[in-house]
Design a protein around this ligand. Structure first.
Ligand code: HEC
Ligand code: HEC
Ligand code: HEC
Ligand code: HEC
Ligand code: HEC
Length: 312
């Protein structure tokens, strides 16, 4: 009888503990499905950029960590979001005779700063970066943030090389570059020369496309047009539209735009163009990259409404 009681007690205790830990890290709104990724960034129309990353662990440990995202972000109900910038701090707190009532001009802009990581700059010698910003995608507001987070993982050519112009393309690490991060560094610190990974605040390695030439694999990261690109930028304002077009065609001669409907699956699938294992990603990371679940949200749905499972 005693034994029986003890085991019941144990079961109750265990399920209580697992519930408690679960609810601590539970992201009911599913917001972190997308927002958990460092480097999720979009450009601001006014210049500069807006960081959209929220680190799960740091958020839950922060002074507001016990609140669900939608207790302040009251207007975010679907993806792509609309009107979501309106944050309401008074749903549960900072209201009525609450001593912590906020003055009207209280600066809230840096609210999540401690929970965010992104690349601030990258010493990139490619021709592309003479004209395009570090976070180059700005058109489609559902995918631009996700595409931009790849800036820290690979060169433009991996996605944009015109594959019909090259045979036997392969994808390998390019040598490391100087990088400056805000928050925790992320990405890969693999040194292709020594074939060793080393964690560093100041260096990053990225993947690029290679094609065979004279018996050797040549990197297709375009650095040979960099000087010409700089010259173009200097004289651009004096050029006529058709001259501009001609020059731009030259700089984009090996480049194609990608169809977004196939873009994610080209890599995040079991038979994608990248061999994650060979590139040095461990088994767990490889699985994560193959089955990353947002690509579904991005490619399948035009508009995705959050299931409101738990109410507000
Ligand atoms: C399917 C992916 C996805 C999910 C799930 C998601 N977001 Fe987002 N969110 C994005 C993307 C992508 C952007 C950047 C949009 C852009 O580029 O304009 C964004 C932007 C934002 C912004 C900044 C808006 C701005 O431009 O000022 C806020 C705030 C935000 N999300 C909050 C939330 C909250 C809260 C949730 C959960 C209720 C959530 N998001 C769930 C993908 C998602
Ligand atoms: C206690 C209130 C509060 C909670 C809870 C909260 N946020 Fe925020 N969030 C803010 C404020 C304030 C801003 C800044 C808004 C502004 O600048 O207009 C913000 C901004 C953002 C942005 C835009 C990027 C930025 O830094 O300006 C994103 C994305 C975001 N929050 C996502 C989330 C996610 C995901 C969660 C849950 C894990 C969450 N927020 C929980 C108050 C909150
Ligand atoms: C001399 C400046 C310059 C250089 C160098 C340059 N770009 Fe561009 N790129 C532009 C401009 C301006 C546009 C927008 C006008 C247009 O669509 O032609 C553009 C557009 C694009 C587009 C979108 C095309 C479309 O159909 O919408 C892609 C993709 C692109 N560039 C990638 C690259 C890549 C990759 C490189 C490096 C190999 C590169 N660019 C080099 C200036 C440049
Ligand atoms: C992970 C793959 C990937 C990488 C890496 C990548 N792009 Fe793209 N890019 C895309 C896809 C997919 C589209 C089409 C997006 C759409 O339809 O909105 C695109 C569209 C563009 C566009 C036009 C649309 C826009 O949002 O402005 C430009 C310009 C562009 N890319 C430039 C670049 C440059 C420059 C680089 C390198 C610095 C780069 N891209 C790296 C996948 C990528
Ligand atoms: C050319 C190949 C390629 C394409 C195309 C591509 N990705 Fe990726 N993606 C990668 C690689 C490689 C990494 C991560 C490498 C790392 O962590 O160092 C990555 C990382 C990510 C991550 C972060 C995952 C993590 O665990 O760090 C997300 C989210 C993601 N991709 C979503 C997308 C979406 C959404 C699309 C389509 C819009 C897309 N990717 C298109 C190759 C690609």
């Amino acid at each position: 009888m005693k034994k029986y009681h003890l085991s019941i007690l144990l079961i109750i205790l265990c399920s209580y503990i697992s519930l408690a830990t679960r609810s601590f890290a539970l992201d009911e709104g599913g917001c972190l499905t997308c927002h958990q990724y460092p480097g999720l960034v979009r450009l601001e129309k006014t210049g500069g950029f807006k960081v959209l990353h929220i680190d799960e662990e740091k958020y839950f440990k922060s002074s507001h960590g016990k609140f669900r995202c939608n207790s302040c972000h009251v207007t975010v109900v679907k993806v792509p979001h609309t009107g979501e910038t309106k944050v309401d701090c008074r749903t549960k707190c900072h209201q009525g005779d609450d001593a912590k009532i906020l003055p009207a001009n209280y600066p809230i802009g840096a609210f999540h700063k401690q929970e965010q990581s992104f690349l601030v700059s990258l010493q990139d010698e490619s021709s592309c970066r003479i004209c395009h910003p570090l976070y180059p995608h700005s058109n489609n507001n559902l995918v631009r943030g996700f595409l931009n987070l790849h800036a820290g993982f690979m060169f433009c050519e991996v996605c944009h090389i015109n594959r019909s112009k090259f045979n036997n393309l392969s994808y390998e690490w390019e040598s490391s570059e100087s990088a400056e991060f805000s928050g925790a560094p992320f990405g890969t610190f693999y040194n292709p020369q020594t074939k060793k990974a080393r964690k560093s605040k100041h260096f990053i390695s990225r993947i690029t496309a290679f094609a065979p030439q004279n018996g050797k694999n040549r990197s297709l990261t375009n650095t040979w047009d960099t000087a010409k690109a700089k010259a173009y930028v200097r004289k651009e304002k004096n050029l006529k539209p058709d001259e501009k077009e001609k020059e731009l065609t030259f700089f984009h001669k090996d480049i194609e735009k990608k169809e977004i409907s196939v873009a994610c699956n080209e890599c995040h699938s079991a038979n994608g163009i990248l061999d994650f294992n060979k590139l040095g990603f461990d088994e767990k990371k490889t699985k994560d990259l193959i089955y990353t679940n947002i690509k579904g949200l991005v490619t399948k749905y035009k508009t995705f409404y959050f299931p409101n499972l738990f109410g507000n």
